[in-house]
Design a protein around this ligand. Sequence first.
Ligand SMILES: NC(=O)c1ccc[n+]([C@@H]2O[C@H](COP(=O)([O-])OP(=O)(O)OC[C@H]3O[C@@H](n4cnc5c(N)ncnc54)[C@H](OP(=O)(O)O)[C@@H]3O)[C@@H](O)[C@H]2O)c1
Length: 318
Amino acid sequence: MNTERDDAGRGTGEVTIKAQAERRTPEAIAWSGVGIVGAGAVGTALGVAISRSGWPVVAVVSRDATRRHRFCTLVPGARAFVEPAAISDVADLIIVAVPDDTIAEVAAQIRLHSGQAIVHTSGAVDAEVLTEAVMEGGAMGGFHPLVSFTSDVERSVAGIAGATIAIEGDDRLAKLLAALAEAIGGSTVRLPRGAKAAYHAAAVLASGGLVALLDAIVALGSTAGLDERVSLAVFGRLMEQTLANVRGMGIAASLTGPVTRGDVGTVAAHMAALEAQAPDVVELYLATARRQIRIAEERGTLSPNQAARVRRVLAKER
Ligand SMILES: NC(=O)c1ccc[n+]([C@@H]2O[C@H](COP(=O)([O-])OP(=O)(O)OC[C@H]3O[C@@H](n4cnc5c(N)ncnc54)[C@H](OP(=O)(O)O)[C@@H]3O)[C@@H](O)[C@H]2O)c1
């Protein structure tokens, strides 16, 4: 079923997607099937998730015979190609899932026709990197699942359910991508042009940044005699409560602590302890303290004088 396709119908407005996928696809869109370029972590997991959702995945491009075979075993009906150029002959929605730095090079080998679309899965790169593929028509966009994909395909597929998928593209493409995201269990955010890098930086802060923060917390815990497991239990509980507060009351109302009260003596004691016992945590403490001062000032609970005193204590330690 997956390879069934009406060539004459492409780009004419006829709906050619079969069975279940036909009901889930916006009526105005005429996609005959999805093709994936790159059978790595993201390409394979998306191929499996999309296929299982009932949308036809008709092709994969991979330079590696083992990965091509694995993809076709996991996604019955998909045809495998070595060259990216072949994919626009069989698929109308092409998902490029290759390393960020190679997206443009891969897109340059693909020529879309009117009615087809190409997207990539990078969270950091704008859709314009696909421009060469759409010279003769077609649409370009982005489809970035906020998921940590690994070589464990099933774990990666499971991670897609409930995840946010950032989509980019014109209205028609965005409608299709939103339907696809919904079909695989995701919810969408639509990013305006040029917003990708900031969005991705936020994601990196939310994941890698949180891990780095926890690493510093555990380091401080160890100077207080707590091992990693105990520190994560003790401070993790506080973090969970704080996250719940932020979700419930918003950022400004959830901020507590000596910085927000203007307790300069306590802040000075923290800085002295950090300099003496964990100097590599000082930068992180300073950066977050300065951000806290700003929040407290903006909500009006820290006066300009108090804020200046806290800033002086922080600056003295540098
Ligand atoms: N991993 C994540 O958690 C994650 C999450 C969201 C988004 N992303 C994004 O998804 C994209 C793919 O990431 P990934 O983690 O799936 O990478 P990956 O596991 O390394 O897979 C990349 C795929 O691209 C192919 N490829 C590599 N270099 C190529 C080249 N020069 N020309 C053509 N194909 C090439 C690979 O080789 P073969 O052709 O030999 O198969 C492989 O199939 C990236 O843009 C990444 O930013 C990743």
